[in-house]
Design a protein around this ligand. Structure first.
Ligand code: ZN
Length: 178
């Protein structure tokens, strides 16, 4: 009976995931980011998990490999999760991502009706909240959701800074040769 009532109003549905789960799933998202690095992509990983802790989809940044400006980890994870569930509404899902989502991804997360977002590193140059676009709590939009940043911040930002540090000499060599 209780379950039935909860299902009738998704907004009342409690979130079963706790902080320990957030750390666990963020580590898994970091593993996705490592896969991106191996593929020559900026290392960003994402994971979509349902309220029972079941991983629905996992993805990493694929912009370069598929030549798609929308190939962000979050977008790919959302598309994959919706396909698996055969439903575009991911209302009981949490999205984990190693870097603060950009405005495009935050908007897509709202479109997918995702319940909450947990991200790792803040992104002062591209993150929606950091840039002043807190779309997740905009009362004019029809879906709002919770967000928590800074989970495993150090690990999430370290992988990015190491990637760019390694890439910098390659880039400067390339520009010298150009
Ligand atoms: Zn994005």
């Amino acid at each position: 009976m209780r379950q039935k009532n909860l299902n009738q109003d998704q907004s009342l549905k409690p979130l079963n995931l706790n902080l320990t789960d957030h750390f666990w799933f963020m580590r898994s998202a970091i593993e996705e980011a490592e896969k991106a690095w191996k593929g020559g992509e900026v290392p960003i990983g994402a994971l979509i998990v349902d309220d029972n802790g079941v991983v629905i989809s996992r993805a990493h940044n694929l912009k370069e490999s598929v030549s798609n400006p929308c190939g962000h980890a979050e977008i790919i994870a959302i598309q994959e999760a919706a396909k698996k569930k055969a439903d575009w509404r991911l209302t009981d899902c949490t999205l984990y991502v190693t870097l603060e989502p950009c405005p495009m991804c935050l908007s897509a997360i709202g479109q997918a009706r995702i319940k909450q977002v947990i991200f790792g590193a803040y992104d002062s140059k591209g993150g929606a909240i950091s840039l002043g676009y807190p779309l997740h709590k905009d009362l004019r939009l029809n879906h709002r959701f919770g967000m928590m940043g800074g989970v495993l911040h150090f690990e999430c930002s370290r992988i990015l800074s190491q990637f760019f540090k390694e890439r910098r000499p390659l880039k400067s060599n390339a520009s010298q040769n150009a």
